[in-house]
Ligand binder design. Structure first.
Ligand SMILES: CC(C)(COP(=O)(O)OP(=O)(O)OC[C@H]1O[C@@H](n2cnc3c(N)ncnc32)[C@H](O)[C@@H]1OP(=O)(O)O)[C@@H](O)C(=O)NCCC(=O)NCCS
Length: 166
């Protein structure tokens, strides 16, 4: 578990209010409005605010947010940790600060937590056409292991299942 927050070296996070650094912390109720708004910007088939609220209280969930220096939410990640396996269920970054290392920082934080919890492997699903996310995951060592035909809605599309051995 994350105790408190820790700062990420983020000389790469330079745009707008994220100048200087971001902090990654466990999400709280205070983050829910911003997270739900970002979800609407990021996905055609978004999670509801209630789904995020449930993740705050779900014992298997690891719900992490990246805050800019001014406290604004610039990204979030939700993972499920069950025994020695984990799954990344959701990840998004504010459009105006993409390509500045926020998603990588969130993933590095959850990978460190997973290792500390003796998680052996991490899974996720990604849309076949999501080139940005696929490049991100490939750069972090995830490898494709399966295709789930017509897994997504709005629009219907295959999912690629990726795995990272820790
Ligand atoms: C995918 C997403 C989370 C990436 O967030 P981000 O903060 O912009 O990613 P980072 O800046 O940490 O990128 C790290 C690396 O991933 C790769 N990458 C990220 N976005 C990319 C893009 N648009 N094109 C190509 N490579 C990309 C690059 O290798 C990048 O490193 P580099 O910038 O040094 O070249 C973001 O684009 C997003 O929120 N998309 C909409 C929601 C989504 O698709 N979530 C994932 C669902 S599985």
């Amino acid at each position: 578990m994350v105790t408190g927050s820790f700062m990420v070296s983020a000389q790469r996070v330079r745009e707008g209010s994220t100048e200087g650094s971001i902090a990654i912390a466990a999400a709280t109720r205070a983050d829910l409005d911003a997270v739900a708004q970002l979800e609407l910007l990021a996905f055609a088939d978004p999670w509801t605010r209630q789904a995020f609220e449930a993740a705050l209280n779900e014992r298997h969930a690891r719900f992490r947010v990246a805050h800019a220096r001014d406290g604004g939410v610039v990204g979030y990640l939700i993972a499920w940790f069950v025994l020695d396996e984990a799954e990344i269920a959701n990840l998004a970054v504010v459009p105006t600060v993409r390509r500045h290392g926020v998603a990588r920082a969130l993933l590095e934080a959850i990978i460190a937590e997973a290792r500390a919890s003796r998680v052996a492997r991490l899974f996720l699903e990604v849309r076949d056409s999501n080139a940005a996310a696929r490049a991100l995951y490939a750069s972090m060592g995830f490898v494709p292991i399966a295709r789930r035909p017509r897994y997504y809605r709005k629009p219907v599309e295959d999912a690629i299942v990726l795995r990272l051995e820790l």
